[in-house]
Design a protein around this ligand. Structure first.
Ligand code: SF4
Length: 511
């Protein structure tokens, strides 16, 4: 028996071993695979002359939700012995299900379950996504590159820097233009980076004219070799608003240095309301409204996402007529509280750095305490409004309408998704809510992602579903499907609702 055959004990041991290569038709690449070998994507192999899906079909156990112990029912690649370990709620995901390619045939699994007296159906398939990408949120103030700058992986352009959000830098990666519209190596590098990001692996990205960032979903970003620990508490103006009372009576002036909006407490509305005296300070930057300044520096990796390492470089001459005087005290701090310094004006009204006073430690510590941990967030975005719909219904537009009309609930590996309003089925999912290793690829190149559609059985029949293909969870656990792979039970991620129940409540609410 070949090594692969040994891994799949569900396979009939008496089956004839076929020496010739056989064709996998699960994607347009159409690999010819020799016995004991796998195809180009490693997802399918030839086991004794049969095409086998190499990863097990993943069935989520929501026992924790129902208070039952979670027991993996296939361990260490052993064959399923047919015994139900517990009666917790199960959900057949599309992970390891196989695809519907070349699209006309019914999805690999169409599963029925009765919940609270209502028949529900879940259609399960692994979608091949040529139109897909990821949106990456990197919690940092640091300037990692200008908007629209090219983002590269393995030297190839795979996306761009997009609009920054509050306390975070954003990347838009992948998409059909990088996957299919450039050179072969660009498509490969894009597919490779997307696959690793979706499977929560670290990926090094370099930004033209900017930084090198290691992105790993759910982990802190590493920017030019430095781990980012904290996300800023707010912009400079917001920081003034939040902490002005903490500084009252302890210091004469506070400047919160921020690349976007630098705040000055004596001029800011928060300081005015508290009766803060004028200090004659001058900020070099574009004054927006009192105590709020734009563009005090170029963006960079310095204080508050600016390029400066010496905060005094954003100050002009102090004006004695407007309140500057020898001995006036000044706190300068960044939006994460990581950088801070204390100064007093000398007889020539020049700020001179002094040891940081004990009385201000608490307020700086409070800024740090209010910062959330810096993380990378990776959202997979894909278009499911194409040919995979034919595996759900004979009339594909009915599925789109049903998803848009909230009659059908969409999940990716059992994780809830956000479906964009408007045409098509454009969905986004947080990859940390999807079971690990759920994403695959084919060398066309495209990503493979699990996708499940859950709806009431009567609605499914009405939209032209494949009624004759509907099977029970127990039958699928016991017998598997066309690709002969074992079934694997695993605990559902905490916080992911049991999808059929979510759909039941939604469908009932919509009626
Ligand atoms: S790349 Fe994978 S899915 Fe496509 S034909 Fe080859 S083995 Fe099958």
């Amino acid at each position: 028996m070949s090594e692969l055959a040994e891994r799949f004990e569900t396979h009939d041991p008496g089956e004839k071993q076929v020496a010739e290569k056989i064709r996998c038709d699960a994607c347009p690449v159409m690999c010819y695979i020799a016995d004991g070998r796998t195809g180009a994507c490693d997802r399918y192999g030839n086991v004794g002359g049969r095409i086998v899906r190499m990863d097990p079909l993943t069935i989520l156990d929501h026992a924790a939700e129902t208070g039952l112990a979670m027991v993996p029912f296939v361990a260490g690649g052993e064959a399923w012995d047919g015994e139900l370990v517990n009666t917790g709620r199960r959900f057949v995901t599309a992970i390891g299900a196989g695809t519907t390619y070349p699209d006309y045939k019914p999805a690999p699994f169409i599963v029925s379950q009765e919940v609270e007296g209502v028949d529900l159906v879940t259609v399960v398939t692994e979608g091949i996504f040529s139109y897909c990408g990821v949106k990456v949120k990197i919690d940092t103030d640091r300037h990692i590159g200008p908007e629209t700058a090219v983002v590269r992986s393995q030297g190839e352009a795979i996306g761009h820097v997009t609009t920054g959000e509050y306390g975070s830098q954003m990347l838009s990666l992948g998409g059909v233009h990088h996957l299919t519209g450039g050179s072969k190596s660009e498509g490969r590098a894009t597919c490779d980076a997307l696959l690793n990001l979706c499977n929560r692996k670290p990926v090094e990205l370099s930004i033209d004219g900017g930084a090198t960032v290691i992105v790993e979903a759910g982990k802190p970003p590493v920017i030019d070799g430095k781990i980012e620990h904290r996300m800023r508490v707010g912009c400079g103006s917001a920081t003034i608003g939040m902490f002005a009372t903490q500084w009252r009576g302890l210091v004469d002036e506070v400047v919160v240095v921020d690349d976007h909006i630098t705040g000055v407490v004596s001029e800011h509305q928060a300081g005015k309301v508290l009766g803060w005296q004028d200090t004659g300070i001058k900020i070099i930057g574009r004054r927006s409204t009192p105590g709020r300044y734009f563009k005090v520096s170029e963006p960079g990796l310095g204080w508050g996402g600016t390029s400066i390492s010496d905060p005094l470089s954003i100050l002009g001459e102090w004006n004695a007529k407007k309140g500057a005087r020898p001995g006036l005290s000044l706190l300068m701090v960044s939006t994460t509280g990581e950088q801070f310094a204390y100064y007093e004006l000398d007889d020539e009204l020049r700020p001179v750095q002094k040891p940081f006073p004990e009385r201000l430690q608490k307020s700086v510590g409070l800024i740090e305490d209010n910062c959330e941990p810096a993380l990378c967030t990776v959202l997979f975005i894909g278009g499911a409004g194409g040919s995979l719909r034919a595996g759900v219904t004979e009339n594909p537009v009915n599925l789109t309408r049903s998803v848009q009309g909230l009659t059908t609930y969409v999940t990716v590996g059992g994780a809830p998704v956000y479906v964009w309003p408007g045409g098509g089925i454009t969905l986004m999912v947080d990859v940390t809510r999807v079971p690990e290793g759920a994403f695959g690829y084919v060398p066309t190149p495209a990503l493979v992602a699990p996708i499940e559609f859950t709806l009431r059985r009567d609605d499914y029949i009405r939209l032209g579903g494949y009624e004759a293909e509907i099977r029970s969870v127990e039958d699928i656990v016991a017998k598997g499907g066309e690709y002969l792979n074992p079934r694997r039970g695993t605990g559902a991620a905490a916080g992911n609702p049991w999808p059929p129940l979510a759909q039941l409540h939604r469908a009932n609410g919509a009626r």
